[in-house]
Design a protein around this ligand. Structure first.
Ligand code: AMP
Length: 429
């Protein structure tokens, strides 16, 4: 098969790594890719959101399957355009991607179909939004309706903070994504990410994974796209997996089909495990980044037939096998991230890492004059497998310590909760 992966981050490197290992894959491209992806795929200098150019390339190269990594092109309708051109594509249609592209759409769908989520209201003007906040009090959560690169959510501890978040949205801080605001009840509990492969009617749960959003050790400091992740997630017991599938994922899949926009692709649910049971915080319509960098190394089955089955509506009797080992990934980011940062610092020592010991997924790099240069906020994701999370953690950090990059940093405690649990220290909290 001739396969094109769309995107250029760590998630897409992990996808290319897994797809390249498939005996079904004869030729692999990635648009735009990065310096690390170039080892697995032919990088094509086309931006992930340049829909016309991607469709033209896929047509010209007679691509058999396009796998779309990021949410932007999904929400913008890349899969619809590819399928209309007769090219098979893995990922949701624009209508189905609205589960991530519009938080208000997601909440209304949940309300219509009895899917557990927090109370909410949608607003297009500040005055009624402020009135709703005044009525409910803080803490309360204010969200820009549309895609805001993970930055559109404010968990407000006071009414004043909530009002300021509303004003910021309507003042255009998030562009068109903030033209509508969703205000939500504040939920408490442990958070859990849940991933399922969906074919329009059936859903197959993937292995559990947990990420670390905060930039600093001990989960402190501002939120980022994700500073590390591990799999399996100890809190995702088989009983909880069943409950999430039956109360949240499958009802969503049925609701989307019933409303004429069947969902195909990866459904990634952000959940809060509340005292009343799991409730939906948000949906993403693609693999998590960096969760994908721990899921792919644990996947023992060939990923290509699974992606095809999801696209073809043939997941009913499909199964995936997972390696028993734990996987842990540590993200290395450019100094300054998630604030402002420079580009172009040189990264050395990558050749000193034995691929049998750790896999270095590139998230934001480019090659120049035989060197690998940092070219983004999150730059590398170093993944290792181990019998335990603690062992995977030790191996990932041993590899990180061989990387010579004064311009970058990482958290030193990825997986701390799981490691504490393994040591028998309760929940590790
Ligand atoms: P989201 O992008 O919607 O998942 O929001 C980002 C983060 O904000 C989540 O991972 C939660 O930590 C927090 N959050 C979002 N919605 C709520 C809510 N209703 N109650 C409490 N925390 C929330």
């Amino acid at each position: 098969m001739r396969i094109l992966v769309v995107g250029g981050g760590g998630r897409e490197h992990a996808l290319c790594w897994a797809i390249a290992a498939s005996p079904l894959c004869d030729r692999l491209w990635c648009a735009p890719g990065n310096a690390g992806i170039a080892a697995e795929a032919e990088c094509v200098p086309v931006a992930a959101d340049d829909i016309d150019a991607i469709v033209a390339f896929a047509r010209a190269e007679k691509v058999d399957l396009v796998v779309v990594g990021p949410e932007g092109p999904l929400v913008a309708g890349l899969v619809d355009r590819l399928e209309a051109a007769g090219i098979a594509a893995f990922g949701p249609s624009a209508a189905a991607a609205a589960l991530e592209g519009s938080k208000g759409f997601m909440k209304d769908l949940c309300a219509r179909h009895g899917i557990p989520t927090g109370g909410y209201a949608r607003f297009r003007e500040a005055a009624p939004a402020r009135a709703w906040i005044a009525r409910h009090g803080a803490p309360i959560v204010v969200k820009a309706d549309g895609l805001a690169a993970g930055k559109g959510v404010t968990v407000a501890q006071s009414v004043a903070e909530a009002n300021a978040a509303v004003d910021a949205c309507f003042a255009g801080t998030f562009g068109a994504a903030g033209a509508e605001v969703v205000i939500e009840e504040f939920l408490t509990g442990e958070e859990l990410s849940f991933f399922a492969l969906v074919d329009g009617a059936n859903a197959l749960p993937l292995a559990g994974a947990q990420d670390h959003k905060a930039v600093g050790d001990g989960d402190t400091g501002p939120n980022t796209g994700g500073m590390g992740a591990y799999s399996p997630a100890p809190s995702l017991t088989p009983a909880l997996q069943k409950q999430v599938m039956e109360t949240i994922v499958l009802p969503t899949v049925r609701a989307m089909a019933a409303e004429g926009c069947p969902f195909k692709g990866v459904l990634y649910a952000g959940l809060m495990l509340t005292a009343e049971g799991p409730k939906l915080l948000e949906y993403n319509v693609r693999f998590g980044d960096p969760e994908c960098q721990v899921l792919m190394p644990r996947l023992a089955s060939d990923i290509v037939p699974a992606l095809m089955a999801a696209r073809d509506g043939a997941l009913a009797n499909f199964d995936l096998r997972w390696r028993p080992e734990a996987a842990l990934t540590v993200v290395m980011a450019t100094n300054g991230y998630p604030g402002s940062y420079g580009r172009g610092s040189a990264i050395g020592g990558l050749d000193a890492i034995d691929p049998g010991e750790a896999i270095v997924f590139h998230a934001g790099t480019r090659a120049a004059d035989g060197k690998v240069l940092a070219d983004g906020g999150r730059v590398l994701a170093v993944t290792a497998l181990g019998k335990t999370v603690a062992q995977a953690q030790a191996k990932a950090y041993a590899a990180i310590d061989r990387i010579d990059w004064p311009g970058g940093f990482c958290r030193r405690d990825i997986g701390w909760r799981a490691v504490a649990r393994e040591r028998g220290e309760g929940s590790g909290r």
